[in-house]
Write a protein that binds this ligand. Structure first.
Ligand code: AMP
Ligand code: GLY
Length: 442
């Protein structure tokens, strides 16, 4: 069958519906599953564990995202063609390694390559080795804390104190004074507020400027860039309130952004080369958190996965060929140079549950999704079906409403217009997502 199809110019792998396993349960994973499902070949989607939104695209299977053996068993039973891993915890737990060992095709880096996210010291070492522009830094632990004290004094407290390991987005303290910085250091090293993740600490120079997120789909040596995005991490308008997983995002965020080719040359290419040289080639999505400072771009962090909620806006702009891109990267076969065409703009506004981020309330009945316009997307995050089959809240970030349009202003209007049609008790959102600085129009 294969040779015959090949002789006819058909790819035998395209002749049967593909099966894709998406690992994770957030808005990012619903967006990734949706992007795979819209491929021309109408692939079958399995999500582990998924949410009420992914259940509408295919099958949800209740397997924890860090259980490599159970996930590989599931992938083999369902004969999946590609495993797409969403969350950092799954990567750090070695789920991609387990998939490789089982002979599966997987989009997501090995735990060793993902260390660029789960150890900030390692990320800084790679940045230095690659010559990537970043803030001056110092790392240490309880034993070497005098180095950290000295560096804080040198910076006169205007620094950022970061727990080395994964701390659910809470391990970073942006400090204005020596007192703040010493308190943040004590929270990691003495109080052990972040557990093992804070046993080592990175202190770095505090920079200023707008931030953007760059996503490079990588096959170990080659890459393709997606649209740059900007997310909103604070809970309330004008960037007030506590940090969250992200209350909204827009793309493309190219206002004030240098040409993508410059970012690729200064950051993505040397980083991929350094990772390959270290014996940890990176296959997956390299997420570059950048600050645009008066002195040029500076890398704040790397993540080894797609961003959430940035994926919800980047993926709709990547077109129906997105799955081909993931497959090519996972197979080490990326071709072509330059970013794919970006048509228009997209804005996501997150509808959060009462009490988020401290203590989100669950089990509130969600209504109004049927009233959302056809060209507006609704990605589920913390949603589930109750015993009566009703859609209910099941997490802090509940839904992301994605408007699209020729420019950010139009996309924003579409997102907020449709958000008003959705209801659940205690629902709240930011009202200033994607309001661009005066004079910028896209
Ligand atoms: P990170 O997890 O390292 O990206 O840090 C989380 C957030 O802290 C970033 O999105 C920035 O808003 C802020 N941040 C991190 N590093 C710096 C820095 N060197 N200067 C100023 N702000 C920073
Ligand atoms: N939106 C930030 C992140 O995914 O880490």
């Amino acid at each position: 069958m294969g040779p015959l199809l090949a002789a006819l110019g058909l790819d035998p792998r395209q002749s049967l519906p593909m099966r894709i396993l998406v690992v994770g349960s957030g808005g990012r994973e619903h967006a990734l599953a949706w992007a795979c499902a819209r491929h021309g070949s109408a692939p079958e989607i399995v999500c582990a564990p998924g949410n009420a939104g992914t259940a509408e695209l295919g099958a949800n299977v209740a397997v924890p995202v860090t259980d490599g053996p159970a996930l590989t068993r599931l992938a083999r039973e369902r004969e999946v063609d590609l495993v797409v891993i969403g969350p950092d915890a799954a990567l750090a737990a070695g789920v991609a390694d387990a998939c490789h060992a089982a002979g599966l095709t997987v989009f997501g880096p090995s735990a060793a390559a993902a260390k660029i996210e789960w150890s900030k010291t390692h990320a800084k070492q790679i940045m230095d080795r690659a010559g990537v522009p970043t803030a001056r830094w110092c790392s240490g632990n309880r034993e070497s804390r005098s180095d950290l004290f000295d560096f804080i004094l040198e910076l006169d407290g205007r620094c950022v104190v970061k727990a080395d390991g994964l701390a659910a987005g809470k391990g970073v303290a942006v400090c204005d004074s020596r007192e703040d910085a010493f308190a943040a250091l004590a929270a990691c090293l003495n109080e052990r507020r972040f557990g093992d993740a804070g046993d080592a600490v990175v202190v770095e120079e505090r920079l200023r400027g707008p931030e953007i997120s760059i996503f490079a789909v990588c096959d170990g040596s080659r890459y393709r860039l997606l649209a740059p995005a900007r997310d909103y991490k604070r809970a309330h308008d004008s960037d007030h309130g506590p940090n969250t997983g992200g209350m909204g995002a827009y793309a493309p965020a190219d206002d004030g952004c240098p040409p993508l080719v410059e970012i690729a040359e200064q950051v993505v290419e040397p980083t991929l080369a350094a990772l390959a040289d270290a014996g940890t080639p990176f296959v997956g999505c390299l997420y570059v958190g950048l600050m645009l400072t008066a002195d040029g771009i500076r890398v704040l962090e790397f993540n080894a996965r797609f961003g959430d909620p940035e994926t919800q806006v980047v993926v709709p702009l990547a077109g129906p060929g997105f799955l081909d891109l993931l497959l090519a990267a996972a197979r080490g076969e990326l071709t072509g140079a330059g970013p794919p065409p970006v048509a228009g703009a997209a804005v996501v506004v997150v509808a959060a549950a009462q009490g988020y981020p401290a203590a989100p309330r669950t089990d509130d009945h969600i209504t109004g999704l049927g009233d959302i316009d056809d060209d507006v997307l609704c990605f589920h995050a913390g949603t589930a079906r109750d015993q009566r089959g009703r859609l209910v809240t099941a997490g802090g970030r509940v839904l992301g409403i994605v408007g699209q349009g020729a420019d950010v202003a139009t996309a924003r209007h579409r997102a907020y217009q449709n958000l008003e049609r959705v209801h659940f008790a205690g629902m709240w959102s930011r009202s200033d997502i994607a309001i661009l600085p005066a004079g910028v129009r896209r």
